[in-house]
Design a protein around this ligand. Structure first.
Ligand SMILES: [Zn+2]
Ligand SMILES: [Zn+2]
Length: 146
């Protein structure tokens, strides 16, 4: 499933295509992820709570994890930060994370295709992908630190 296709689908179509049952809470969470790339469960909850009759943080967590397990969303776990979820899946892209403000930015695969980085030794592993997090300061934080 490619991001470009998902972009043109409404939430219900995308959720159904991932093999999941469509619920109000899943639809709201999907739409929230569209507006909030790299969102934490708390950020998604803040966005969907006003839209739902019975909002609950647990149901947001469940929806996000169901999406990730079904391949509809990707779960990213920068060390020491809350889990983040995004709809850009399947392209082995990487992330730049700001150590000051937590901003997260997508970076395309380092050399173009998975695994995109070759370890110096593989210990017999067949490597499928490399997950890379570049830590640093975003432009705004670097400017205000200077
Ligand atoms: Zn920053
Ligand atoms: Zn991303």
């Amino acid at each position: 499933m490619h991001t470009h296709e998902i972009d043109e689908w409404d939430a219900a179509t995308a959720i159904r295509a991932a093999g999941l049952r469509v619920t109000d809470s899943r639809s709201a969470v999907f739409d929230a992820l569209r507006n909030l790339p790299h969102a934490s469960a708390d950020a998604v909850y803040a966005q969907v709570a006003p839209l739902l009759e019975h909002p609950s943080l647990q149901s947001v967590y469940n929806a996000l994890n169901d999406f990730a397990d079904a391949g509809l969303a990707r779960r990213i776990e920068p060390a020491g930060r809350p889990q983040l979820f995004e709809l850009r899946v399947g392209d082995n892209h990487h992330h730049l994370v700001c150590t000051a403000c937590g901003a997260v930015v997508d970076v395309d695969c380092v050399v173009g295709e998975a695994p995109c980085l070759t370890p110096s030794a593989t210990a017999g592993f067949v490597v499928h992908e490399a997950e890379v997090t570049f830590w640093g300061m975003c432009a705004d934080c670097a400017a205000s630190a200077a």
